[in-house]
Design a protein around this ligand. Structure first.
Ligand SMILES: Nc1nc2c(ncn2[C@@H]2O[C@H](COP(=O)(O)OP(=O)(O)OP(=O)(O)O)[C@@H](O)[C@H]2O)c(=O)[nH]1
Ligand SMILES: [Mg+2]
Length: 399
């Protein structure tokens, strides 16, 4: 049976749930789809909790591991929503999810308040370019008002500390669990949260006229059809039949199919969350972190200069200084690449310092000034930076 094509009737935005493990992100995600599916004339489908956390290991451990995408529509907008994992071991997957967001819902349990990954996610979101955060104080059904007031203050302070303007950020008390059960008080709270997202997260400027670029988030095989890459289009437009370059796989191919949430589309534009079917591309040639782009539109590079903040021990960072020769992982767009740090004459940077460094990555990737990134080591975030300058020529060629 032919699938119904995607019809663009409303502005599309990418949002998602982030926050500490067990604070209720997946439950809230399911509740949002349920509340919207029950509106009259709704085109949203309810996505249950076990269809979001559907990997056997997720069900068994009761935690989210992989990021999951759901779609829904409010009266004014179409959203792709990424439900991210909160567990410290899967921050890596969270960064990939956050890299495509126009705004985020920070889920904080009213019972527990700000916890380590609440803070880490806010920092990472800032770094990968998420400009707006709406707070869901979840489990409000089980908390008392005075404690919840304190948690609210704490969250606002955290947001302000990371440049989000915590005073102005909407903070909505919700219960994902009770809303899922259909309790009217709490379905109304989810409605209020969605109104806050609709009004507080602005429609971003989309660079649809720029050359096409999509950071690969995931790779799948559709039996009989070929290799599919998924992700959010960062800029430009792509149509079925277009030639594209796969940076990382170092090959060119043709887009033979385009879909969003299982619905075919003729063309996708900046902001769209899509699956691209690529002609003749072997499954193992492409992976997360690669970039699909208009041929010749970007020159990948491995050398750059950056302004970097080295996290203090209090923020979960290192206790000891970083020096030239340090080799952590750099999280840039959806890529995760090792890099050699050179601190120049300064030679060392203490936790809490902001420094200029030059970096040589383990492989070439598309880089540009202004690109934000995170630095991680041994499963924790140790730094946050912004590219200030990209060396146009590879060192080997220059020297
Ligand atoms: N009382 C109460 N419990 C809730 C609420 N929302 C979620 N829970 C419970 O909290 C636990 C964790 O919920 P999840 O939705 O899996 O939390 P999560 O944030 O997605 O967890 P990770 O993705 O693993 O980080 C489950 O036992 C939920 O039933 C709520 O609003 N009220
Ligand atoms: Mg979850």
């Amino acid at each position: 049976m032919p699938k119904t094509a995607y019809v663009r009737t409303k502005p599309h935005l990418n949002i998602g749930t982030m926050g500490h493990v067990d604070h209720g992100k997946t439950t809230l995600t399911a509740a949002i789809t349920k509340v919207l599916a029950e509106r009259s004339g709704s085109s949203t489908s309810y996505v249950s909790f076990d269809r979001i956390d559907r990997a056997p290991e997720e069900a068994q451990r009761g935690i989210t591991i992989n990021i999951a995408h759901v779609e829904y529509e409010t009266d004014t907008r179409h959203y792709a929503h990424v439900d991210m994992p909160g567990h410290a071991d899967y921050v890596k997957n969270m960064v990939t999810g956050a890299a495509q967001l126009d705004g985020a819902i920070l889920v904080v349990s009213a019972l527990d308040g700000v916890m380590p990954q609440t803070a880490e996610h806010v920092l990472l979101a800032r770094q990968v370019g998420v400009d707006h955060i709406v707070v869901a104080l979840n489990k409000a059904d089980a908390g008392d008002d005075e404690l919840t007031d304190l948690v609210e203050l704490e969250v606002r302070e955290l947001l302000t500390a990371h440049g989000y303007g915590g005073e102005a950020a909407p903070v909505v008390r919700v219960s994902g669990l009770r809303a899922l059960e259909g309790d009217p008080r709490w379905t109304a709270a989810v409605e209020a949260l969605l109104d806050a997202v609709d009004t507080y997260v602005p429609m971003p400027v989309r660079y649809t006229d720029a050359p096409f670029l999509l950071p690969v988030e995931n790779v799948l095989t559709i039996t009989g059809r070929g290799t599919v890459v998924t992700g959010a289009v960062e800029r430009g437009t792509v149509r079925v039949g277009d030639r594209v370059q796969v940076l990382g796989a170092d090959t060119e191919t043709v887009v033979t199919g385009l879909e969003t949430f299982g619905k075919p589309m003729e063309s996708a534009e900046a902001g769209d969350n899509v699956a691209l079917l690529l002609r003749g591309l072997p499954r193992d040639a492409v992976r997360r972190g690669h970039v699909v782009a208009a041929p010749g539109s970007v020159t990948p590079s491995r050398h750059f200069t950056a302004q970097v903040y080295v996290l203090s021990a209090k923020e979960g960072g290192r206790r000891t200084a970083v020096s030239t020769g340090y080799r952590p992982q750099f999280y840039i767009r959806t890529a995760d690449v090792v890099g050699d740090v050179d601190l120049g004459e300064r030679a060392v940077a203490q936790p809490g310092d902001t420094v200029t460094m030059t970096v040589e990555l383990g492989r070439d990737i598309p880089l540009e000034a202004g690109l934000g990134f995170a630095i991680r080591e041994g499963g924790r975030t140790v730094g946050a930076g912004t590219v200030t300058e990209v060396a146009g020529v590879k060192a080997a060629a220059a020297g």
